[in-house]
Design a binder for this molecule. Structure first.
Ligand code: NAD
Length: 461
């Protein structure tokens, strides 16, 4: 099939590349000329494991091409996929200006019937608004073509985007005609082993499914984060509680990690958007307001652990930060908890020495004007002269850290782990003050005296 994907961000570029990989003829378009230049030179504009290689492969086979000419993108293909950003507006609602601008371009440039597939995450009713905008422009031009609209939200995870796109757990599509249903099935059949994984429904339900899924995942995280604070006060250990909960098949083990709070380009804005949709419809989702509040409190809660360690005096202290990206496997810094923490540390007068395996380039753009922030290529270098270490992203690289070196470089052996990646017993044995999430602060002292906590911790390993 001939497909044009409009918007070459994480979703558009990955989707376009994967459709090309499956043998389609894909033209990816973006208004960002520099981005298109990079892509035409075989350079991925962001980090996603395996993506650059797959782009090059399909580019060489001429199944994947790039353009900054939206007119060309609209006219070349019968299937047009919209994958532009849908950030939060100031009031939390979804800013649809990019989506609607693409709709306007489609109406302006189309010279034949089109199927418009909306992959961007958009509130209920947006696909209809997109179709109405295309029809409005067509009417203005005095021409008439058929426009089929399909809602096809994307569920890929940054860091595992190729796997998610090439082997989706499910494909959700909202259609308004049998013809569109058939098209979606033929588009996605090569991606699934079983056609029942392609769930076709009405457009409204499809649009809502995306928000519902992200809101549920965010809810699980906030639930665990709030529970972790109760664990800290009650003497329970959130990691053990998590394991006990996750073994219940009705609950399952995923998305139960307590931590420093969620971030990224999706959860914060999608939770806000659903809150807004619900309240606009007169049925407020108080549970989601709580999810968002708990998330913000959790960033603060973790920050206060560090602040309290220094008895409120962060002025002149140097904090080493390991991990800047909002999660491992990506260089995406949007709403990254690390950045929120850095902002707070700076506000209270601290200095920062931070390292991340791949997000440094993006971080330099955001933080280069801050004289008290040093961004370093080596994790160990970041520790040089630092008072304490804060872990903000659970990069697998950190797990194999050389703790003797960590200890020798820090002014004092103190680690604040916002992602619970180390075993507190081990850390205590290695002589660290290890402060993580959801454990009684007295935990390590108890561990060192060989009490029941050590025994219970063995179950964890
Ligand atoms: N990033 C994710 O992990 C993820 C996962 C699932 C769904 N989504 C959703 O997919 C959508 C895209 O997200 P993203 O992270 O890929 O966005 P992004 O910000 O990485 O990329 C958006 C791209 O669209 C381009 N663009 C903007 N206006 C345009 C126009 N008029 N014509 C052509 N190109 C235009 C921008 O230049 C940019 O390159 C959002 O709705 C998001 O919520 C994202």
């Amino acid at each position: 099939m001939k497909i044009s994907v409009i918007g070459t961000g994480y979703v558009g570029l990955v989707t376009g590349t994967c459709f090309a990989e499956k043998g389609n003829d894909v033209l990816c378009a973006d208004i960002d000329v520099k981005r298109i230049e990079k892509l035409n030179n075989g350079i991925a504009p962001f980090y996603e494991p395996g993506l650059e290689e797959l782009i090059k492969k399909n580019f060489q086979k001429k199944r994947l091409t790039f353009t900054a000419n939206i007119e060309e993108a609209v006219q070349t293909s019968d299937v047009l996929m919209i994958a532009v950003g849908t950030p939060s507006d100031e009031d939390g609602s979804t800013d649809l200006r990019y989506v609607m601008s693409v709709a306007e371009s489609i109406g302006r440039f189309m010279t034949a019937d089109k199927v418009v597939v909306v992959k961007s995450t958009v509130p209920v009713g947006t696909c209809e608004a997109v179709r109405a905008e295309v029809m409005r422009v067509l009417a203005e031009r005095g021409v008439s073509y058929d426009v089929q609209i399909v809602s096809n939200p994307e569920f890929l995870r940054e860091g595992a985007a190729l796997e998610d796109c090439l082997y989706p757990e499910r494909v959700i599509a909202g259609v308004q005609s049998e013809e569109a249903r058939q098209l979606i099935i033929s588009l996605y059949r090569p991606f699934v082993d079983d056609e029942s994984r392609i769930l076709v429904m009405d457009v409204y339900s499809s649009e809502m499914t995306k928000y519902a899924a992200n809101a549920m995942l965010a809810t699980r995280i906030s639930f665990m984060n709030e529970l972790s604070r109760v664990c800290e006060l009650s003497g329970a250990n959130i990691d053990l509680v998590k394991k006990g909960m996750g073994m219940d098949r009705r609950i399952g083990p995923h998305f139960l990690n307590a931590g420093v709070g969620y971030g990224g380009s999706c959860f914060p804005k999608d939770v806000k958007a659903l809150i807004k949709t619900a309240s606009n419809l007169g049925s407020p989702m108080s549970i989601l307001q709580a999810v968002e509040d708990v998330n913000l409190q959790q960033h603060d809660h973790f920050f206060k652990k560090v602040q309290n360690y220094f008895k409120g005096e962060l002025e002149g202290k140097t904090i080493a930060i390991w991990g800047l990206a909002f999660k491992p496997g990506t260089d995406d810094l949007r709403e990254a908890p690390a950045l929120r923490l850095i902002e707070k540390f700076l506000y209270y007068g601290a200095r920062i020495r931070a390292a991340d395996p791949i997000a440094l380039e993006g971080a330099r753009k955001l933080l280069s004007f801050e004289s008290r922030v040093q961004l370093l290529d080596s994790f160990y270098e970041a520790l040089q002269g630092a008072d304490v270490l804060v872990i903000a992203t659970e990069w697998p690289e950190f797990k194999g850290a050389d703790f003797a070196q960590v200890k020798s470089m820090l002014k004092s052996p103190v680690i604040f782990d916002g992602r619970n990646i180390f075993d507190p017993v081990d850390m205590a044995r290695q002589g660290f003050d290890y402060i993580s999430i959801g454990k009684d602060p007295a935990f390590q002292r108890v561990v060192q005296t060989g009490s029941h906590v050590e025994i219970s911790n063995q179950w964890l390993n």
